[in-house]
Design a protein around this ligand. Structure first.
Ligand code: FAD
Ligand code: 8RB
Length: 451
């Protein structure tokens, strides 16, 4: 543990607020500088109610911070995907074996508020309306814009929890190239809303993550505890219809939804308005070769490894980063060693979930209503029952376990080959050659230690 336990966090979003709690509870002197105003005074900037899926990795981190109770109180359980094909029957595909294997829809604003409150109660000093502008690493001072003024603060070390557009990252890159690369996805997104029903209840099944898969594009909907759903349309920016190029006006959106998502039309009364009022968002994966500058500064969460949203793991991964960094800070003799050990542990795992997130887009938009795919999901469950602790479905390794993402990716690749080989040409599990498949599973997969 370093002798001087003081640290400055840039960004009081999800990761910044959580890390502040973890460190303040361990006796660190923590300052958090956040660009926005205090959400507890001004309301959460961002307005619309935006929800996120919380899974085991994020929940575990919240438990470490003593924040899980407050957060789960406002959460809505999502037991599985509720798939709405264009033709054919819609229905729930469970994520796990039972209600202990679920994910939770939580409100971003509420979550941030709860975490900031707890951070402050443990002694973290929160400085709102302070946007990092510039860092002098030689003099160890950081300059923030505070309303119309510029204020300089001395620091021992900086942690960049300032999100995908990180200013700290840009300041670090002026001293040491970080090898930054951004891969933009050629798809974007637009948010819409399903309001409550006339009787004040949910208009569709509340305890699910809804998906309308349409091949090259899709809609999803997550429930909010105020009985609304946030709907997100993901589709290509440009090119053949439908794309954000061919669907620009509210009327064009009405036509698209009428043809491709007809069951949602009566659910989204303000579709025309929402479509025109809300911007098209961009999606990207951010890769860096380095996350830290000696013992002076380190990046985590979206600032280090922003990812596409399709596994619902951006926050979960950022929270897992916070637990890892707090542990390394506790164990390592110097900040430089702590930051280096943190980067060595987390970078391969961040890269693994970034890749799995890209892959899950294809699965969600194109595969979830496919017969081959459903047969493979059925076989995954059967193999999990035949080989407990050894064959674990891909989704479960990412979502319900805390094994390193890189290990989950590796085992998923091995398992996918087994599933494809065993189901090739089959239309039901009755015809599976179980003796052969069991032998292949035993040969290809070691038992998992913490399963
Ligand atoms: P952020 O939460 O973005 O926090 C960054 C903070 O830094 C902000 O408060 C910002 O105001 C502040 N800041 C920025 N610049 C400065 C500066 N110069 N000075 C001071 N402060 C600054 N993840 C999931 O796991 N599950 C989901 O279902 C999910 N859904 C999502 C839905 C949407 C619409 C979006 C946009 C993202 C979603 N994510 C989800 C991803 C998740 O939001 C991010 O991965 C997560 O918020 C990263 O946390 P962070 O603290 O690194 O960044
Ligand atoms: N960022 C999610 C999943 C996986 C669901 C499954 C997918 C919206 C922006 Cl697209 C998406 C998942 O495989 O069945 N779990 O959680 C969250 C997702 O999107 C979030 C709400 C989102 N993230 C910019 C928009």
């Amino acid at each position: 543990m370093p002798a001087d336990k003081s640290i400055t966090l840039v960004g009081g979003g999800l990761a910044g607020a959580l890390l502040a709690i973890l460190l303040a509870r361990r006796g660190w002197s923590v300052d958090v500088f956040e660009r926005r105003g205090d959400p507890r005074v001004e309301g959460y900037a961002g307005g619309r109610s935006i929800n996120l899926a919380l899974a085991e990795r994020g929940l575990h981190a919240l438990r470490q911070a003593g924040a899980d109770g407050d957060v789960l109180q406002q959460a809505v359980m999502m037991r599985g995907r509720f798939v709405h094909p264009l033709a054919g029957e819609s229905g729930l595909q469970r994520y796990g074996r039972d209600d202990s294997e679920v994910i939770w829809s939580i409100n971003r604003g509420e979550l941030n508020l709860v975490l900031l409150d707890i951070a402050e109660s443990h002694g973290a000093r929160l400085h709102f309306d302070h946007a990092l502008e510039q860092v002098d690493f030689g003099a160890r001072t950081a300059t923030f814009r505070h309303h119309a003024e510029r204020v300089a603060h001395p620091f021992r070390a900086l942690v960049g929890t300032d999100g995908a557009g990180s200013t700290l990252r840009a300041e670090m890159a002026k001293v040491l190239p970080l090898g930054e690369r951004t891969d933009w996805l050629d798809h974007g997104y637009k948010e819409l809303e399903i309001p409550p029903a006339a009787d004040g209840g949910f208009r569709i099944e509340p305890n699910a993550l809804h998906i309308w898969p349409r091949g090259h594009y899709m809609c999803i909907a997550l429930p909010n505890d105020e009985r609304t759903f946030t709907v997100t349309l993901f589709m290509p920016h440009r090119g053949a219809h439908p794309s954000f190029e061919t669907v620009q006006t509210g009327d064009e959106a009405l036509a698209l939804f009428g043809q491709q998502f007809p069951d949602t039309l009566p659910l989204i009364p303000a579709l025309r308005h929402d479509y025109e009022a809300n911007p098209v968002g961009n999606l990207a994966t951010l890769y860096l070769d380095r996350w830290h500058l000696g013992g002076d500064a380190v990046l985590l969460g979206d600032a280090a490894h922003a990812m596409v949203p399709f596994h619902g793991q951006g926050m979960n991964c950022a929270f897992e980063d916070c637990v890892a960094l707090a542990d390394h800070l506790e164990r390592a003799p110097t900040l430089a060693k702590a930051f280096a050990a943190f980067e060595a542990e987390r970078k391969p795992n961040a890269e693994a979930i970034q890749r799995m997130a890209l892959e899950n887009y294809i699965e969600m938009r194109d595969r979830v209503d496919d017969a081959d795919y459903l047969l493979q999901r059925e076989l995954e469950l059967a193999l999990q029952a035949r080989h407990p602790g050894r064959f674990i479905p891909h989704y479960a390794m990412v979502t319900f376990m805390r094994i390193p993402y890189a290990l989950a990716l590796h085992r998923s690749e091995v398992q996918r080959r087994l599933l494809e080989d065993a189901t090739r040409g089959l239309s039901a599990l009755d015809d599976v050659d179980w003796a052969r498949l069991d032998a292949a599973v035993l040969a290809a997969l070691e038992p998992l230690q913490d399963a």
